[in-house]
Design a protein around this ligand. Structure first.
Ligand code: SF4
Length: 235
């Protein structure tokens, strides 16, 4: 067996992916959390439309795993209430709120309207930089991303390198039907805005309802062409 600690992050991620990428999501998270990255791994969750799936899997395996939540200051009130409800229901004991740097906000977005002028800059201040700071103590992080969601995610491996981190995408291969079946089988509560026409939920100013038959993420960032907030392209 390779000592993966001596490899580059890219080679280590490739090796882990070859050996463990076919495990079930719960087995994968357990293996990584207890054997490869003990105390050095976190889940990043938006507590959005389908987030309860990954949160539930983590709660089954390691309920005290750090769950990083970006308090962008622009969430729907429903998201913040849902976050508290889900944490209590699943018994997640280690949710960590991440806030934008106050000085950066004061300088770049003093009136809170940067999202209307420069969404990339707003996401950088409110998401990318806070998460980059928060991930410094960790070697690995988990996402709930799936290949079917966007063109850019189509080739996404289950385990990949992301800068100096190993990133796990345990449900990369799951379809929307798989996610819905998982949620229904456990009678997990849905984000309340899903029933109101929001199949993908981010910050309130950048999330719109989606018409029947439209792509689930069509309501994110409007017609700007932006499809990702940038946290998955940190280097
Ligand atoms: S999603 Fe919108 S409001 Fe939220 S950080 Fe990005 S640009 Fe700003």
């Amino acid at each position: 067996m390779l000592d993966t600690c001596t490899l580059s992050v890219e080679d280590r991620a490739d090796d882990l992916n070859r050996r463990y990428g076919e495990l079930s999501p719960a087995e994968l998270i357990g293996t990584m959390a207890y054997h490869f990255f003990p105390e050095r791994m976190a889940l990043v969750s938006s507590f959005g439309a389908d987030s309860v799936t990954m949160l539930s899997i983590v709660a089954e395996v390691k309920p005290d795993l750090p769950v990083l939540f970006l308090q962008t200051g622009k969430h729907f009130d429903e998201t913040l209430r849902y976050r508290d409800e889900i944490a209590k229901r699943l018994g997640l004991t280690n949710i960590i709120d991440l806030y934008p740097e106050p000085l950066a906000l004061a300088k770049e977005d003093p009136d809170g309207t940067l999202h209307a002028r420069d969404q990339d800059a707003c996401c950088a201040i409110r998401k990318v930089h806070p998460l980059a700071r928060a991930l410094r103590p960790y070697d690995a992080w988990i996402t709930g991303r799936r290949r079917h969601q966007t063109f850019a995610r189509r080739q996404m491996p289950v385990i990949e390198a992301d800068g100096r981190h190993v990133k796990l995408n345990p449900i990369a291969a799951w379809s929307q039907e798989d996610v819905d079946a998982y949620i229904d089988a456990r009678d997990l509560p849905r984000h309340p805005l899903v029933a109101d026409g929001y199949p993908s939920i981010g910050c309130a100013p950048c999330t719109a309802r989606v018409a029947a038959g439209e792509d689930a993420r069509a309501g994110r960032w409007g017609d700007s062409g932006k499809t990702e907030c940038g946290i998955h392209w940190m280097r």
